[in-house]
Design a protein around this ligand. Structure first.
Ligand SMILES: [Zn+2]
Length: 236
């Protein structure tokens, strides 16, 4: 064998190795992409399971906000309060106990808004938008501002019967802020959380609402209270 042929064969062998290397690299990238995609899909599935599918014992922690609308066909079983408002029947005993103890502390709380139908939520939104328009805002601005205060229909916790707006009894002469102060410190003992805290508006998508309380069950409420997080953060 002469030298030239040897060199050519060596060059051909080197070329083959390069091709093999490139093919392996491409396969590796493909494999990694598939693994990452599968992982993302499974995380997504777990998230959906946690937030949308309402299992029998997970109803207390259902996440409803502008990014997580109420699952279709969600129908709470309601019970009516003495003033005509209603709530999910499962939260009634704890709500009653919370109010009893607030009264024992000399306060006179009252549920000013409990369960709302989709229609009622829509009317509330339409009214809020009309208010902003009457104050000189454009339709687009009015809508944007209204959505800071009123949940978009289909995304309100009032529509699942687990939220209550709490004020004071008419004619009691009390300041609602005294009731809110008491609730802020005690509501977790009865399974309720301040749902839209002042420092979490970016995460909840709703402005600070000292009157809006959400039932999540005693265990979850205590953890949320102690950790100083909002429901979105807790569920993550
Ligand atoms: Zn509310």
């Amino acid at each position: 064998m002469n030298r030239n042929r040897k060199r050519r064969r060596r060059r051909r062998a080197a070329f083959g190795t390069y091709i093999m290397l490139i093919v392996s690299l491409l396969l590796l990238i493909g494999g990694v992409t598939m693994v990452v995609e599968n992982w993302t899909a499974s995380v997504q599935a777990a998230w959906n399971l946690e937030t949308s599918d309402v299992s029998e014992d997970d109803w207390q922690r259902i996440l409803v906000n502008r990014w997580h609308p109420i699952p279709e066909n969600y129908m709470p079983e309601l019970t009516e309060l003495w003033n005509g408002e209603s709530v999910d029947i499962r939260i009634y005993p704890d709500l009653q106990e919370m109010f009893d103890n607030a009264r024992a502390a000399g306060l006179e709380p009252s549920v000013s808004s409990g369960y709302r139908t989709h229609q009622a939520q829509q009317s509330l939104m339409d009214q809020e938008i009309a208010d902003y328009i009457s104050r000189g805002y454009s339709e687009g601005e009015a809508k944007e501002m209204a959505e800071q205060w009123v949940a978009i229909p289909g995304t309100s916790e009032h529509q699942i019967g687990l939220a209550v707006d709490i004020s004071v009894e008419d004619g009691s002469g009390q300041a609602a802020s005294d009731v809110w102060q008491w609730l802020r410190e005690n509501s977790y003992k009865y399974g309720f959380i301040l749902r839209y805290p002042e420092d979490k508006t970016d995460i909840t998508g709703i402005s600070y609402e000292p009157w809006h309380y959400r039932y999540v069950g005693k265990e979850t409420a205590e953890e949320i209270y102690r950790q100083g997080v909002c429901l979105e953060e807790y569920l993550k």
